[in-house]
Design a protein around this ligand. Sequence first.
Ligand code: PBG
Length: 343
Amino acid sequence: NRQFDKTALNRRTVDEITGGRRMRRNRRADWTRRLVRENSLSTNDLIWPVFLIPGKNKSEDIAAMPGVQRVTPDIAARQAEEAAKLGIPAIATFPNIAPELRDETGSNALAADNLINQTTRLIKERVPDIGVITDVALDPFTSHGHDGILRDGIVVNDETVVQLAEAAVLQAEAGADIIAPSDMMDGRIGAIRDALDTNGFSDVGIMSYATKFASGFYGPYREAIGTQDLLKGDKRSYYIDPANSDEAVRDAALDIEEGADMLMVKPGLPYLDIVWRLKESFGMPTFAYQVSGEYAMIKAAAQNGWLDGERAMLESLIAFKRAGCDGILTYFAPEAAKLLSQS
Ligand code: PBG
């Protein structure tokens, strides 16, 4: 039974230890805290991901994402209107394609009037001033849930890239402002840039999912777009290993060379070191995707009364800003925007 020896505490006062340098001075009142605050969150930082289903005036709950719904194009257009009113600059659309339209090669990605493109047209007609960001990948369209064309158990790179480039042009034709390839095939940024430029869409930007990791945090998203029971195997042969960060920086460098206008890191919170490295290395507009699993964690804990959901949400969003993000794709976007507009 050891006695705590207090003599050390009598040797120096706190003023002697700190030399009078006291960090708490700047923290003592709300006004000092506001004055020294280094980062801030505004509605300008938010991108709202929206899930789509075919039909009219329908919405469906997603069990693993409380508060998020799949909606028909007309409702998505209404959400776009709401987003514009809240000051959210852009929305990002993700389709849940009817099962009978899914096939081996994801051919519905090449239908000019598919669910994504229909929705883009409607949004652009009704809310011309909001940015529409469309996801280019084959997973919503394939019967196996992979992001590319599957042959002999392998997601084939080069053929997939050709199809993605064509899908991107159709999205641009429908009015998409930014194409966001989320598939991680090699060379797809350059191929999409070329295809956009030669087809008269040199104004359409590319937000590359430059560093997309083979993550366990995408689970609820797969429920949302209906691929959870389809996906055979996993995506480790094309997404980045969560253990790697030098590789992520190299991958982003290639995307910049190929013509990416903006970079994205995905998932978000567990990968803030990657955000920081990309911002430091390239100084590009850099975004993070706070993915479905991150959303679900905060929501579930809040629903159980285990944490203050609003507070945890705002803290997670400011953490993205602190790490160097220019913006965040987050399912919290409308909720956060409402809170921000009240404060
Ligand atoms: C795939 C894609 C994924 C997400 C968006 N597009 C990942 C996946 O299913 O492997 C995840 C988004 C989220 O979890 O919120 N192209």
